[in-house]
Design a protein around this ligand. Structure first.
Ligand SMILES: [Cu+2]
Length: 145
């Protein structure tokens, strides 16, 4: 009888994905918009169980969604687009004011404090496959970007 060494069994168990949905999303929120504003920034803390990459997003509220970060350059705060945001296994990645954020471009309607904005996060796993993770951003009124 062929016997599989225990170490092989153990490593197989560890390597096999226990959950299809191994992403923890904490405190997702979006800045409520001022009249006429066509963009809105969204924030949250993401912790992935296994290494994955945030590659974009989509929302029925937005024309399209971009990944952005804020950077101080020559004394001026600038906003840049990122093609992707790495989410290392077990490490909390903070999307927060003054740093990384998701940007809702071409708002189809104003974001009003108290409402929830649906957002689908597009993620690429270490297997190279892309999947979507639905979140709801709580709209909040704040000042600044
Ligand atoms: Cu932005």
């Amino acid at each position: 009888m062929y016997r599989i060494p225990l170490t092989v069994l153990l490593s197989f168990t560890l390597a096999s994905p226990a959950l299809a949905d191994a992403l923890k999303v904490e405190a997702p929120w979006m800045r409520a918009t001022a009249p006429g504003q066509k963009v809105a920034a969204g924030f949250m803390t993401l912790t992935a169980d296994s290494t994955m990459t945030l590659v974009g997003g989509s929302s029925p509220t937005c024309g399209h969604v971009e990944l952005h970060y804020m950077k101080m350059e020559n004394g001026v705060m600038e906003m840049r687009e990122m093609k992707e945001i790495p989410l290392p296994a077990g490490q909390a990645v903070h999307l927060e004011p003054g740093g990384l954020h998701v940007m809702c471009i071409g708002l189809k309607k104003p974001v009003v404090a108290g409402q929830k904005v649906p957002l689908s996060l597009h993620l690429r796993g270490s297997d190279g496959k892309t999947r979507k993770h639905a979140v709801e951003l709580q709209a909040r009124k704040t000042s600044g970007h």
